[in-house]
Write a protein that binds this ligand. Structure first.
Ligand SMILES: [Zn+2]
Length: 252
């Protein structure tokens, strides 16, 4: 019932939005929240689940008593969604929410805390626009990308510039727009930056729907567009993947 396994890395924004959609559809109305592991103060949350929000890699459950439960999965965390009624919980379940149609078990998150609306807004204030949110301010992202000479592969993963992109999404979207990940961000012209945003929105929407990214070059042998072997290298401390034909390195 988990939404796709993963090999290392923090789940990216598409997966958080994938869970958020399922929770909106099947978990809203839930009145039962518990912590089988006892490491989350579930007794502080009362009433019923009224809404689910997501921004980048952050998930929020809004409850009728004003509590906002903020979750960030981090590297180890996982959400297991399944049809109600749930089985006996595993002892390592940090938080279980049981709704009319769906339950979710949260295991090993980096963050699982009770905030209020102001607290959730404070979390969101640290984040750049999220390509999967209707309220995303594209001009703010494009301005931030032209204001930095960091490699575009680094800028894309800076959650303060835009929220939700990790190592896989950066690799695949840069292949789609024919940009090498080491290209200085401020060297992309206006048209290319706008196309990068548009492709990212489309890719993340598809991935959020499916719960998985349709990879082009991330952890792939060959570029699916031309068959050239994919190259790898370090960009910003993470392994980058690119097609040497479609994405030539920037001029020195
Ligand atoms: Zn190629």
């Amino acid at each position: 019932v988990a939404a796709g396994g993963r090999v290392g890395g923090v789940p990216e924004g598409h997966l958080i939005h994938h869970h958020a959609r399922r929770h909106r559809a099947g978990l809203v109305g839930a009145e039962r929240i518990s912590s089988p592991q006892r490491r989350f103060p579930a007794h502080r949350v009362t009433g019923r689940l009224v809404d689910v929000d997501a921004h980048g890699k952050h998930l929020a459950h809004r409850w009728s008593d004003g509590a906002v439960v903020h979750v960030h999965l981090g590297k180890q965390g996982v959400l297991l969604d399944g049809p109600s009624p749930p089985p006996e919980p595993m002892p390592q379940v940090r938080m279980r929410v049981e709704g009319p149609a769906l339950y979710t078990d949260l295991i090993a998150p980096m963050v699982c805390e009770v905030l209020d609306e102001d607290g959730w807004e404070a979390v969101r204030a640290t984040l750049g626009p999220d390509p999967l949110r209707e309220d995303a301010d594209v001009d703010r992202v494009l301005a931030a990308l032209v204001a930095t000479s960091s490699p575009i592969g680094v800028a894309l993963m800076d959650q303060a510039i835009l929220a939700g992109v990790g190592n896989a999404l950066r690799a695949d979207v840069l292949n789609l727009v024919d940009v090498h990940p080491a290209t200085p961000s401020d060297r992309l012209d206006e048209g290319r930056r706008r196309r990068l945003w548009d492709e990212l929105v489309a890719l993340m929407r598809t991935a959020a729907e499916a719960g998985a990214i349709p990879h082009t070059v991330y952890r792939q042998e060959r570029c699916p567009r031309c068959g050239t072997p994919v190259q790898t290298g370090d960009v910003g401390g993470r392994t980058a993947y690119w097609c040497p034909l479609h994405q030539p390195p920037p001029d020195a």
